[in-house]
Design a binder for this molecule. Structure first.
Ligand code: ADP
Length: 755
């Protein structure tokens, strides 16, 4: 905005001091109207010219007449000369006027063109920059507003402008400020200019913010004019307001959460804490000057915190650390300290904003959680150890029972005796089976079961199961079939032992829960998905729908009553699920009560090459030449069983009862194979193995088979890495012992051939 209405500002009574006696003032008093300083100067020049011209004309006319009169006596001549003088004067004056008028007209036309161009340029600029321009002339009291200026104030373009009209458009709350700023501008001794921001209200009620600058021009102390510009700053004001509001919101939020915040200059030279932070530490703002804050940091954390902070300052990256800080009452509290650099639009860091959060409770919780986790791990380890011990303690006597029954079966017996021994052996094996289930669950839980990937033949696996369960199915009047469907390659990769375990469980259940009817075992291979699918369908009792969802949960049985006719531990399916998932596969079931059930599982696999000779050894003929076997076993019953089994397989057995005598005996190099119990009172199997390996030569290279009642460890890397070549689990299955000895014998032959 600028300037004023005619006559309502620039009142003479408000003019400071007495005006000076200038030519312009004199002329004004004489009634001449000059416009401003330029008008006064022009008047002065015109007056000087008129006076000079009058003096020259007076001298020419009267001086010339006087000289003619004195010098020329002839009256006629004098009259002619006077006429000539007059003519010369008229000609000279005309010429002078011609020259003057021509040069002034040229100047005037030139100036008017320049003026028009300037006005056009100014109009273009103000229009496009949306800058309003106004001009108030003290002499004429006239106020001029550009169209943009009127538009900014919400005044129609054709409306006649006065200062009062302009004030009318200003927001009532800002009128006083605007009025006094413009009037103060007329006072030469105080403020010859103004710079104000105010609101205008448009006729439709819209409120806009205007910024206006103006300045007055004076002749002495006399204001001649006020020129001003104005522009719309509504968007900027709105952005400023939004920023202010957001800052206020943040401030109140921080105060409300009693967060401890601080800020500091880019160089981190001192921090400015908020009230909450000062209240917490009991320090004042001046205590925080320099590195004053560090006095509140725990001595053990101070150095690390300062180092981290300096690093962030140097690199301009966010700071995050934890440290203990002293509270005003002297208690050390854990704090999460964080700070972020605040950057200007050009990316320069203008300050750092930091925050301290008391995390003592969280730390305490973490500590307790860690302790609890350690305790839980210790308890879990203890449980694993207990299971391992129990496994040893239970399986060793079971080994005695099964072993002795196996030995008994190999002696001449009457049919009745053989029947009794067979029943006892079956019961012992059933008991071992339940025991194995419990131990298997623990082994999987403890992450002690690893999955192998070796080539196997699915058809062979299925037909083995057919043989295994054939007799039992015949007894119960069940038709058992096992087939593959579709394109199943001969060799696919997988953990055949674990797959057999799963199938064993599923077929065993199908046989258990089916009386009469049939059981079909089907194998498929999906080449595209790289998965094999095996399912066991039975026509047994089926499973009530409500029970089906929990089938694979541990200890779950569809009929949990003690009087249930089928028995079982409720662990078999849970183990199957765990094993199949370990292989990366899935297991499921569908069933209709009274119709039958289908249990299926899938596992990822690929077609592969046939296994090498050594891998096929288990399936191979286990007839082995007679071996000299050294057995280290501390348990007397186990010693007897192993000795008897070895004899029955046609091998020589030398028994020692600990690791140390086993090492001493092995040093002779007189044995083809060593069977080492892994848990012996003096020297355990792993240590004994290492010492035997250290013997070197033939004695040190002998195959060593671990005997372990600890299923949790299975084919544990610890035994293999100690140098053992194989393992047989207790209670010893005579067929598995024979297979292991066969492998060991092949190994010995190979070693001999090489030697
Ligand atoms: P269990 O040792 O009790 O058989 P499982 O985990 O193998 O334990 O099976 C859990 C329960 O699932 C069984 O108790 C039985 O109720 C039900 N079940 C499993 N397989 C079959 C099946 N083929 N037919 C009917 N019920 C079955």
């Amino acid at each position: 905005m600028a300037a004023s209405g005619s006559g309502d500002i620039g009142d003479a009574s408000r003019r400071p001091g007495r005006p000076g006696l200038s030519i312009a003032a004199l002329l004004q008093r004489l009634g001449w109207k000059f416009c401003g300083a330029e008008g006064a100067t022009a008047g002065r020049l015109a007056l000087q010219f008129a006076l000079t011209y009058s003096a020259f004309a007076t001298v020419w006319i009267f001086g010339g007449d006087y000289l003619l009169h004195r010098l020329v006596a002839d009256v006629r001549l004098a009259a002619d000369l006077q006429t000539a003088k007059g003519t010369a004067f008229v000609l000279a004056t005309s010429y002078l006027i011609f020259v003057l008028v021509r040069s002034r007209m040229a100047a005037v036309f030139g100036a008017s063109v320049t003026l028009r161009e300037s006005v056009e340029r100014l109009g273009f600029i103000t229009e496009n920059a949306k800058v309003g321009y106004s001009h108030w002339d003290a002499a004429t009291k006239h106020i001029e507003w550009t169209a943009v200026g009127k538009r900014l104030a919400g005044i129609p373009p054709d409306e006649r402008m006065t200062f009062a009209r302009f004030l009318d458009a200003v927001h009532p709350d800002d009128r006083k400020q605007v009025n006094s700023a413009v009037r103060a501008c007329l006072n030469a001794t105080t403020r010859p200019s103004y710079h104000i921001e105010f609101r205008v209200i448009w006729p439709d009620g819209t409120q806009r913010w205007i910024e206006a600058l103006g300045s007055a021009t004076f002749d002495g102390n006399e204001p001649i004019r006020i020129a001003g510009i104005s522009f719309d700053i509504t968007e900027r004001r709105q952005a400023d307001d939004a920023l202010r509001q957001s800052e206020a919101r943040q401030r109140s939020l921080l105060e409300a959460t009693s967060a401890m915040t601080w800020s500091c200059p880019p160089d981190g030279s001192h921090i400015t804490p908020n009230a909450a932070w000062m209240e917490f530490t009991g320090q004042s703002a001046s205590d925080m000057l320099g590195r004053g804050w560090s006095t509140a940091v725990h001595p053990e954390d101070g150095e690390d915190l300062a180092e981290a902070w300096d690093d962030c300052l140097a690199r301009g990256v966010p700071h995050a650390a934890t440290a203990r800080c002293r509270r005003h009452d002297g208690e050390w509290r854990w704090m999460s300290v964080s700070a972020v650099p605040v950057r200007s639009a050009s990316g320069e860091i203008v300050e750092w904003f930091g925050m301290h959060i008391d995390i003592t409770e969280r730390k305490e919780l973490e500590r307790r959680l860690k302790d609890a986790l350690e305790a839980a791990n210790a308890a879990n380890d203890a449980k694993s150890q207990f299971v391992a011990n129990m496994s040893h303690e239970l399986r060793t006597p079971m080994g005695g029972v099964i072993g002795m029954l196996e030995v008994l079966l190999r002696t001449p017996l009457s049919d009745e005796q053989r029947d009794h021994v067979s029943t006892a052996l079956k019961s012992a094996r059933d008991l071992t089976h339940v025991l194995n289930d419990v131990l298997d669950v623990s082994a999987v839980e403890a992450g002690k079961v690893s999955i192998e990937n070796r080539p196997f033949d699915m058809r062979e696996m299925l037909s083995e199961k057919l043989t295994l369960f054939g007799a039992r199915c015949a007894e119960k009047g069940i038709t058992l079939t096992a087939n593959v469907e579709g394109d199943v390659p001969q060799w696919i990769a997988g953990d055949v032992r674990r797959l057999c375990q799963v199938m064993h469980n599923l077929i065993g259940n199908a046989v258990k829960y089916t009386d009469g009817g049939k059981i079909d075992v089907i194998g498929r291979f999906d080449r595209e998905r790289g998965r094999a699918h095996i399912e066991v369908r039975d026509t047994g009792i089926g499973i009530p729908e409500a029970m089906q969802a929990n089938l694979f949960q541990r200890f779950y049985q569809a009929d949990p009553t003690p009087s249930r006719p089928y028995g079982g531990s409720g662990l078999g399916l849970a183990i199957c699920r765990q094993l199949v998932e370990l292989m990366g596969g899935e297991i499921g079931a569908s069933s209709s009560p009274g119709v039958g059930s289908t249990f299926w599982f899938e596992f990822p696999t690929l077609e592969c090459d046939a296994p090498g000779d050594d891998q096929d050894s288990e399936a191979a003929d286990t007839q082995t030449r007679s071996l000299r076997v050294l057995v280290a076993e501390d348990n007397l019953t186990a010693q007897r069983i192993i000795q008897t089994l070895l004899h029955s397989l046609g091998h020589d057995a030398t028994i020692v009862n600990d690791g140390a005598p086993a090492v001493a005996a092995a040093a002779s190099g007189a044995f083809d194979v060593i069977l080492l119990d892994v848990m012996m009172p003096g020297m355990d199997g792993a240590t004994a193995t290492r010492e035997i390996r250290a013997l070197g030569g033939r004695a040190g290279g002998v195959p060593i088979i671990a005997l372990t009642a600890d299923v949790l460890f299975g084919k544990d890397q610890r035994y293999l890495s100690a140098g053992m070549t194989d393992y047989v689990s207790k209670p010893i299955d005579v067929a598995l012992l024979a297979a292991a000895l066969h492998r060991a014998s092949a190994h010995t032959n190979f070693a001999r051939t090489r030697a």
